[in-house]
Ligand binder design. Structure first.
Ligand SMILES: NC(=O)c1ccc[n+]([C@@H]2O[C@H](COP(=O)([O-])OP(=O)(O)OC[C@H]3O[C@@H](n4cnc5c(N)ncnc54)[C@H](OP(=O)(O)O)[C@@H]3O)[C@@H](O)[C@H]2O)c1
Length: 286
């Protein structure tokens, strides 16, 4: 099906949660979906920054339905509290696991719960939130996970996801994105096996910054949001699929091919096992 990012299907009556909706790609995803009529809940570790983003969206999208929930993915306590607040909002149609640490953390750090900070936030934190929000997901609800081209540059070493053997900032980020992609595909396999109509998809924004202009390999975060939005609401997008810019790092939102490891069921099952063990959160599939 052709897809026009400027003419999205009507989303009135649907609720979307966007983690890290206060900034970057998450803010653009929130605005594009609000513009299509969805009620969008921004889950952010900074209510002040989220409120400023909400005010900006309301200026550009009159009548936008927006709410915010405080969420720090580096804290399981915060994740539990946020998930309870999100469940209380009623049916959730789409959860977009966008938030992630993208800044280089020079030395190995840990979350409040002792997990390596980058994978603990980006992958295991998103896993715990998804598991705890799942009871409120619509029967045909979706989860979208944010992958990255970094998975093509860093080897997906499942035996060292928490960088215990060796820490390097970009390696830690790449490992977190391997884990995130694998969790996204594994969730879809598990839902299918259980006969669920829910879907889990993975999207990557290519290379998206709000500064500079190199049309061949760098695009704006507005465009970086496009594959995420398509994975979230394209009625023809199937579970277990991967979405990205059609030219790899830039372009229109289109089907993409993930690195082999993240689509490998054995790799996915092992990352899932580690996510449950690390967070102590069991995912309610049925
Ligand atoms: N931009 C790219 O080229 C690119 C490429 C591949 C993948 N991605 C992925 O796309 C997603 C968004 O990236 P971006 O470029 O928009 O990054 P960004 O501008 O750095 O925004 C990251 C968002 O995640 C939030 N966040 C970070 N740590 C958090 C935590 N502990 N709890 C809750 N929220 C947290 C940030 O909140 P604060 O404002 O509070 O910091 C911010 O809202 C990430 O998952 C990233 O890995 C981006």
């Amino acid at each position: 099906m052709s897809w026009d990012p400027d003419r999205l299907p009507d989303q009135h009556g649907r609720t979307v949660v966007v983690t890290g909706g206060n900034a970057g790609i998450g803010a653009r995803v929130s605005e594009q979906l609000a513009g299509a009529g969805a009620r969008v809940v921004l889950a952010s570790r900074s209510p002040e920054r989220a409120q400023a983003t909400i005010d900006g969206i309301r200026d550009r999208v009159p009548g936008a339905a927006l709410a915010l929930v405080r969420l720090d993915l580096a804290s399981l306590d915060s994740i539990r509290t946020a998930a309870a607040e999100l469940r209380a909002l009623g049916r959730i149609d789409v959860l977009v696991n966008n938030a992630g640490r993208t800044d280089a953390v020079r030395r190995r750090e840990t979350t409040d719960d002792g997990l390596e900070l980058i994978v603990g936030t980006n992958a295991f934190g998103a896993f715990a939130l998804t598991a705890l929000v799942a009871p409120a997901l619509a029967d045909d609800g979706r989860v979208v996970w944010l992958g990255s081209f970094a998975t093509k540059l860093v080897r997906g070493d499942v035996s060292d996801l928490q960088s215990e053997r060796r820490y390097a900032p970009f390696r830690a980020y790449g490992l977190s994105k391997h884990a995130t992609q694998a969790l996204g595909f594994e969730l879809d396999r598990r839902w299918r096996a259980a006969g669920s109509a829910r879907r889990s998809l993975v999207a990557h924004p290519g290379f998206a910054l709000d500064r500079g202009s190199f049309p061949l390999f760098l695009q704006s975060k507005e465009r970086g949001a496009w594959p995420v939005v398509r994975a979230a609401i394209d009625p023809d997008a199937e579970g277990g699929t991967f979405w990205g810019p059609h030219r790899g790092l830039v372009g229109r939102p289109a089907p993409a091919k993930p690195v082999a490891s993240s689509a490998d069921p054995a790799f996915g099952a092992e990352v899932w096992r580690q996510a449950e063990a690390a967070t102590g959160v069991a995912f309610p599939i049925a």
